[in-house]
Design a binder for this molecule. Structure first.
Ligand SMILES: Nc1ncnc2c1ncn2[C@@H]1O[C@H](COP(=O)(O)OP(=O)(O)OP(=O)(O)O)[C@@H](O)[C@H]1O
Ligand code: SF4
Ligand SMILES: [Mg+2]
Length: 438
């Protein structure tokens, strides 16, 4: 991660990862769905732009008024026809009660549509190896943060496994998980929002030491000072509050707090996106230095593909809750296989003006579909320039197309890895998919 600004230049040196070794983290079929409850039909109309809030309220009022008028008229007719007897009064009373019950139940339940579930992460499996930086990229809302948080169990998974050193974190009791959390930390995108404004920097960095009972008294003070120095902050700042620092310094405080417990694995969720470009490189360099010194393993989440190229040894590409391609960073940037990855990579500016002038950009049509109702089959088919009918039906499995290079596309295979060369209408990857989809 030798950085001189946030450029697209690949790093000179990245740790060599032994992929035959046991992974530090193994994720298997991890699914995180958020239940939003039942949709209110009126809200759906509202979000579709057909009606605004005032129109919905007026329509409700008119509807209730009409129901009341109709039922009052029926009651009057009953009274007129049967005469004012005890029976007619009783019938009128029953009708009145039915009207009130109908109106109340309609108001409570009548406006409800289908249950809504956000499929933020859907059946993700991947390994993270000790000492590596695995980059996780994809458009906004594709589930990157949810996946990172679910690995640390900051968000409860709906199903699936997260094995840390072969221990399934989902099977641990609260107390056991608390012990494990020491080894698994997170650095957030917005350093200011993640730091308690009422605590001094010293207290913020010291808090995890107290929580995990790692050091007390003078030992804790010394550890806090050492951590401040490790992240490049003077220990003179120890009594200052977060608002007295710049964005880059705040991110250093966040990193010091994460390091306090000597973690093995850190999820860095967009750690530089909120920082000035000039500061981004400094933070990337700091993360690299710490990785070497402390043998850290990172999941580096970012939508900035230039930054990911800079730091990551491998890259996983996510689309609408699924991993669609994963390979060494060089392969992802120089020889992407998935049409989606090709489009993402083609959008990364190249610093060489000659190359930049001749670069062909693949522009994706349309917006990312909603994760509440993702497209069937390949989730990318609504925007893929190579989609065929089968893409709408078959869920492409993530399979090894080249050594250590996995992609989820039915129109490529190990024999025909380049989608541009596959004859029109053919899907050589269907054989692999049929074994898994059947
Ligand atoms: N607590 C929640 N309740 C309901 N939906 C959620 C919740 N958290 C995330 N989502 C939804 O899950 C989907 C994935 O969100 P997530 O934050 O993981 O995406 P992301 O890839 O990190 O996006 P970004 O690049 O913008 O940070 C989004 O549609 C989001 O609205
Ligand atoms: S499976 Fe079909 S829709 Fe999906 S990426 Fe491949 S060609 Fe495109
Ligand atoms: Mg996010």
């Amino acid at each position: 991660m030798t950085s001189s600004g946030n450029t697209a230049t690949p790093p000179a040196e990245l740790p060599v990862i032994d992929k035959k070794a046991e992974p530090l983290i193994s994720i298997r079929n991890l699914t995180v769905h958020f239940d939003l409850g039942r949709e209110r039909i009126s809200e759906r109309r509202e979000t579709n732009g057909a009606w605004n809030k005032k129109e919905i309220d007026t329509a409700k009022f008119v509807k209730l008024a009409l129901i009341t008028i109709v039922l009052t008229l029926i009651t009057l007719v009953v009274i007129v026809v049967t005469g004012r007897t005890v029976t007619s009064n009783l019938i009128a009373l029953v009708i009145g009660v039915v009207v009130v019950v109908l109106i109340i139940t309609h108001e409570m339940f009548g406006d409800r549509g289908a249950r809504q579930t956000v499929k933020a992460v859907d059946g993700v499996s991947l390994d993270v190896f000790e000492g590596e930086t695995l980059g996780l990229v994809g458009e906004s809302g594709c589930g990157k943060s949810t996946l990172g948080r679910a690995i640390l169990r900051l968000t409860g998974p709906t199903s699936g496994k997260v094995l840390f050193r072969n221990r399934d974190l989902a099977q641990l009791s609260k107390r056991q998980m608390r012990e494990q959390r020491r080894h698994l930390q997170i650095i957030f995108q917005d350093p200011y929002a993640s730091l308690n404004p009422r605590m001094t920097v010293g207290e913020i960095v010291r808090e995890p030491l107290d929580t995990f009972r790692l050091a007390k008294g003078r030992k804790a003070d010394e550890r806090v000072q050492a951590l401040m120095e490790t992240v490049g902050l003077s220990k003179r700042f120890i009594k200052r509050y977060p608002h007295e620092f710049s964005g880059g310094q705040r991110q250093r405080i966040g990193i010091a707090r994460a390091l306090a417990v000597d973690p093995e694995f850190i999820v860095a969720d967009e750690p530089i996106s909120a920082l000035d470009v000039s500061i981004q490189a400094q933070i990337l360099n700091l993360l690299e230095k710490l990785q070497h010194e402390k043998k850290l393993t990172y999941l580096f989440i970012s939508h900035d593909l230039r930054a990911v190229r800079h730091v990551a040894s491998r890259v996983a590409v996510m689309y609408l809750g699924k991993i669609v391609e994963i390979a060494d960073a060089k392969a992802i940037y120089d020889d992407p296989l998935m049409p989606y990855t090709k489009a993402l990579i083609s959008a990364v500016p190249v610093p060489d003006p000659t190359v930049e002038a001749n670069r062909r950009r693949v522009v994706l049509e349309g917006d990312v579909p909603s994760p509440i109702n993702p497209p069937k089959g390949c989730r990318f088919h609504t925007r893929c320039p190579y989609a065929i009918v089968a893409c709408k039906e078959v869920v492409p499995p993530l399979v090894e197309i080249k050594p250590n290079h996995l992609a989820a596309c039915i129109r490529i295979s190990a024999e025909q890895p380049q989608i541009e060369s596959v004859p029109s209408g053919q899907a050589p990857g269907l054989v692999a998919a049929s074994g898994i989809n059947s």
